[in-house]
Design a protein around this ligand. Structure first.
Ligand code: NDP
Length: 293
């Protein structure tokens, strides 16, 4: 068997096209242009790349970007003051603070300071609680993208065995909650899980969010399973150049039925879901119905 590879770039482009159309409609019908504020503190090169592509996607969707670049030495007090200002600004519908933050700033405090209705990253404890209570909420973008990709393959995830390897607040736990909300039977595995390969082999849908290059081996995968690889790992490539690989072995394609590639799988969907969350937030804040995407 050779797995079908899901083209995350193409899926994200389709999604972004639909979002742009919904934004145009929102502008025409209600005079509302959704706005996303992205706050970057310091000069982490990876964060700078992410922030640039987020702002580009915002503009392409017809939304308004509000970019704030703060120096590495920014105090927690100053960052919290900026967040309070963005919370109060009705032109700003979404607030995203790029993580990681410099050591003098408490990330948990910053996340908790964002208005939950503008929390387009879905990390605020109120949104975490709403998601696990099955209430409508803004949900974390990467997990949202994983589930949307799985749903491009399976019209319903109900009753499927899903195994999520990883239990971080950013990926593992929320992806598990979203799969549960889709009525999958969900197992969360982590570094203390016993006999991880056999737990993984149970999965009709296997989500790898570990951060360990190519850790998931072909014989961990049930033949025909859908494998969503969230991992982004930089490793040494040919000719001294580095390359990006996922958490799943390249040979998994011989066993899986469907596989998301790295790069070009979950990554592009993450940004598209951020834009979708900004649109959803703008509608929620105006008391308008959830956009049909
Ligand atoms: P974390 O380091 O926060 O979490 C990793 C998880 O993997 C932990 O729950 C850990 O278990 C588990 N784990 C680590 N080693 C093992 C092991 N040997 N066996 C089983 N489980 C293990 O990472 P993130 O969740 O933030 O990210 C995961 C990956 O996804 C990374 O490669 C990251 O770069 C990528 N990522 C990709 C995004 C995208 O847009 N595509 C966005 C965000 C992340 P324990 O809790 O027991 O320590």
């Amino acid at each position: 068997m050779t797995a079908r590879i899901i083209d995350g770039k193409a899926e994200a482009a389709v999604l972004r096209g639909k979002i742009a159309a919904a934004v145009a409609q929102l502008k025409a019908a209600h005079g509302v242009t959704p706005g996303l504020a992205v706050v970057l503190v310091g000069q982490n090169p990876a964060s700078e790349v992410y922030v640039k592509s987020k702002s580009k996607a915002v503009v392409e969707a017809g939304m308004r970007p509000f970019d704030h670049k703060l120096p590495e030495t920014t105090s927690e007090t100053d960052l919290l003051a900026l967040i309070a200002k963005l919370n109060a600004d009705s032109a700003v519908n979404g607030v995203l603070v790029q993580l990681p933050l410099p050591p003098q700033i408490d990330s948990a405090k910053v996340i908790a300071a964002i208005d939950p209705n503008k929390d387009v990253d879905g990390f605020h404890p109120v949104n975490v609680g709403r998601l696990s209570s099955g209430l409508p909420s803004l949900v974390p973008c990467t997990p949202f993208g994983c589930v949307l990709l799985a749903k491009t393959v399976h019209s319903s995830l109900a009753g499927m065995e899903a195994v999520v390897v990883g239990r971080s607040n950013i990926v593992g736990k929320p992806v598990a909650q979203l799969l549960l909300a889709e009525n999958a039977t969900v197992t969360i595995a982590h570094s203390r899980t016993k006999d991880l390969p056999s737990v993984c082999r149970r999965a009709d849908i296997l989500v790898a969010a570990i951060g360990k290059p190519e850790m998931v081996q072909p014989d961990w995968i049930k033949p025909g399973a859908t494998v969503i690889d969230v991992g982004i790992n930089r490793v040494a490539g040919e000719g001294g150049k580095s390359k990006i690989v996922g958490d799943v072995s390249a040979n998994a394609a011989q066993v899986a039925g469907v596989l998301t590639p790295v790069p070009g799988g979950v990554g592009p969907m993450t940004i598209a879901c951020l834009i979708l969350n900004t649109l959803r937030a703008a509608c929620m804040q105006r008391g308008l119905p959830e956009p049909k995407i």
